[in-house]
Design a protein around this ligand. Structure first.
Ligand code: NAP
Length: 481
C-alpha cells in the first residue's frame, strides 16, 4: 500500500502558503512506525523568517483593533472546527508522531478544551484601579493599570503533542492579542499546518499566525534571536531550554521542560486505584510525555506486591501499530531514541537493577519495560528517559519517600497515594514541584490548570489563564486631576 500523504499545504508566511519547490530545501516527515514519508514541507530560509516576523509586526495593530469578543469568537469557532475534524486530526497526529490513535483522539479532545478555555480568557483580560491617595504624593491623582499584549510571540514546540502543545501557545496568544511566529518540531509539523488552516477558516486575520519549518539550530535560533519578537514560549528539553535562555536576552520567556516524574505509594495506598493509573501514566504514548510516570517509590511493606501487580498489568498492554484502535503502546518517535532508552535500561541492569519485563526492541518500538530495585543514581531515574520504562524502588518512611522525590534536578509534577490527610499535606508542603496530585499520578492534567515546573523543569506557567498573563504586560495610567 502506498504511503498516506497528509500534507496539502506548506509554510504559512504573511497569509500565504509557501509550498515545497525544487529551489528550496525540504523536510520529509516520516511515520515513526512504518518509516514511510507522510509529508514534505519547505524549510524556511532566514529571509522567510524575516518575512514572517514582518507579517506578525503588521498584525499587531490589526489584532489590537480586534475587540475581545471577536478574538473569543475566533477561538470558539476554532474549537468547534477541531471537534468536527477530530478523526482527521487524530490520524494526522498518529501518522507523524506514532502516538496510538486512541491517545491522539484524546489529544484532539484536549485541544478543543484548550481553545474553549482560551476563548473564555479573551473576555477576562482586565486591570485594577490603584488607590493613589494611599500616599501623599498620590493626592489628586487617579490611577489604574491594565494589561496589554506583550508583542509578537515566538512559539517553539516539541514532537510529543503536535496539536495540544501548539494550542497551548497559539490560543492564549490570540486571546491576548499577540501575533505568533510558530516553529513546530521538525518530526511533527503536519498537524500544525492543519491547525493553521483551521484558524484562518475560523476568521483569524491572515498575518496573525505565521508557521515556519526547519531545524532548531537554524530556524529556531533565528526566531529566538529576532529583536522584534517580544516573547519566546518554548516547550521541549532542558538543554535546548538553556540554549534558548542564553540567546533570548531581555525577551519574556516561558519554558516548559522535562522531568523524571515520581509517584509515592504509601503503605496504606489504595492499590486498586493506584496501579492502573501508574500503568497509564507510565506507558501511554510510549512514555513520551513530560509528566510520564518514570519513578515509583513504594513502601517496603507493599513493595513486592506493587512490583508483581505492575508487571502483570504491563504484560497485558497491546504493543504495535499505532493506527489500531486497541494499541496501547506504539513506537517511540525514532529508532535512535528507542536504542538510547534501551542502552539506559542495560546500564541500570549493569548497576544492579532487575529487568522484570521488557527491554527488547524492534525498530522504534521498545517493549514496555519494568525495572525493580532501581535507585536515583541510575540514569533511568536520574534523567528523563522519555520512553515506556518505569523504575521502582522501595522506601521505609514517608519522609524518606519525599526526599527521594525531591532528589532530582527536575520538578514538574508528582503523585502521592495515601489515605492519611496529614501525610498528604506534608507532601504538599515539602515536595518541590510545580503540581502535586494526591491519590493520582503526576501525568494528570486538565488544560486550564496552571501547569509548569521548578528547577530544570522550567519557568512560568501554561494553561490559558496563566499563559495570557505571561503574554500580556502591565501598563500603568495616572491622571493628574
Ligand atoms: P527538543 O529537542 O528540545 O525540541 C523542542 C523544539 O525546540 C523543537 O521544535 C526543536 O526543533 C526546537 N529546537 C531545538 N534546538 C533549538 C535551538 N537551539 N533553538 C531553538 N529551538 C530549538 O524537545 P523534543 O524532543 O521535541 O520534546 C521532548 C522534550 O519536551 C522532553 O524533554 C519533554 O519533557 C519536553 N516537554 C515538556 C512539556 C512541558 O509542558 N513541560 C511538554 C511536552 C514535552 P527541531 O525539532 O527542529 O529539532
Amino acid at each position: 500500500m502506498a504511503a498516506e500523504s497528509i500534507n496539502k499545504k506548506g509554510m504559512l508566511v504573511a497569509g500565504g502558503w509557501v509550498l515545497p519547490s525544487p529551489s528550496r530545501k525540504s523536510l520529509e516527515v516520516k511515520n515513526p512506525y512504518s518509516g514511510e514519508v507522510v509529508g514534505v514541507l519547505p524549510v524556511a530560509t532566514a529571509a522567510d523568517v524575516e518575512e514572517a516576523v514582518s507579517a506578525a509586526e503588521r498584525a499587531l495593530p490589526v489584532l489590537g483593533k480586534l475587540p475581545a469578543h471577536r478574538r473569543s469568537a475566533i477561538l470558539e469557532e476554532t474549537a468547534k472546527r477541531i471537534e468536527a475534524l477530530g478523526e482527521e486530526l487524530a490520524r494526522t497526529i498518529t501518522l507523524e508522531s506514532g502516538k496510538p490513535i486512541k491517545d491522539a483522539r484524546g489529544e484532539v479532545g484536549r485541544a478543543v478544551q484548550t481553545f474553549r478555555f482560551a476563548a473564555g480568557e479573551a473576555l477576562r483580560i482586565h486591570g485594577e484601579t490603584v488607590p493613589m491617595d494611599a500616599h501623599k504624593a498620590g493626592e489628586g491623582r487617579f490611577g489604574f493599570w491594565m494589561r496589554v499584549p506583550v508583542g509578537i510571540v515566538g512559539a517553539i514546540t516539541p514532537f510529543n503533542f503536535p496539536l495540544n502543545l501548539v494550542a497551548h501557545k497559539v490560543a492564549p496568544a490570540i486571546a491576548a492579542g499577540c501575533p505568533v511566529v510558530l516553529k513546530p518540531a521538525s518530526q511533527t509539523p503536519l498537524t500544525a499546518v492543519r491547525l493553521g488552516e483551521i484558524l484562518l477558516e475560523s476568521g483569524l486575520p491572515e498575518v496573525a499566525l505565521n508557521i515556519v519549518f526547519g531545524g532548531g539550530g537554524t530556524v529556531g535560533e533565528w526566531i529566538v534571536g529576532h529583536p522584534k519578537i517580544a516573547k519566546i514560549s518554548f516547550t521541549g528539553s532542558p538543554p535546548v531550554g538553556r540554549r534558548i535562555l542564553e540567546r533570548a536576552g531581555l525577551k519574556r520567556v516561558t519554558m516548559e521542560l522535562g522531568s523524571s516524574s515520581a509517584v509515592v505509594l504509601d503503605e496504606d495506598a489504595d492499590l486498586e486505584k493506584a496501579l492502573p493509573r501508574c500503568v497509564l501514566g507510565g506507558f501511554a504514548q510510549a512514555g513520551q510525555s513530560c509528566v510520564s510516570v518514570q519513578r515509583i517509590f513504594a513502601h517496603e511493606r507493599i513493595y513486592a506486591r506493587v512490583c508483581e501487580s505492575l508487571v502483570r498489568a504491563v504484560e497485558r498492554l497491546r504493543v504495535g501499530d499505532p493506527l489500531r484502535d486497541d494499541t496501547d503502546v506504539g513506537p517511540m518517535i525514532a529508532e535512535a531514541e528507542a536504542a538510547r532508552a534501551q542502552a539506559w535500561i542495560e546500564e541500570a541492569v549493569g548497576q544492579g537493577a532487575e529487568k522484570r519485563l521488557g527491554g527488547t526492541r524492534e525498530g522504534a518500538v521498545l517493549a514496555p519495560t519494568v525495572l525493580v530495585g532501581a535507585n536515583n543514581g541510575m540514569k533511568v531515574m536520574k534523567h528523563e528517559i522519555f520512553a515506556p520504562v518505569v523504575a521502582i524502588a522501595p522506601f521505609k518512611t514517608f519522609d524518606e519517600a519525599l526526599g527521594l522525590v525531591n532528589d532530582s534536578i527536575y520538578g514538574l509534577q508528582a503523585g502521592v497515594f495515601t489515605r492519611d490527610v496529614g501525610k498528604a499535606f506534608r507532601a504538599i508542603r515539602e515536595l518541590n514541584v510545580g503540581g502535586i496530585m494526591i491519590n493520582d499520578v503526576p501525568t494528570y492534567r486538565v488544560d486550564h490548570q496552571p501547569y509548569g515546573g521548578v528547577k530544570e523543569s522550567g519557568l512560568g506557567r501554561e494553561g490559558p489563564r496563566f499563559a495570557v498573563e505571561e503574554m500580556t504586560t502591565i501598563k500603568m495610567v495616572v491622571f493628574n486631576l
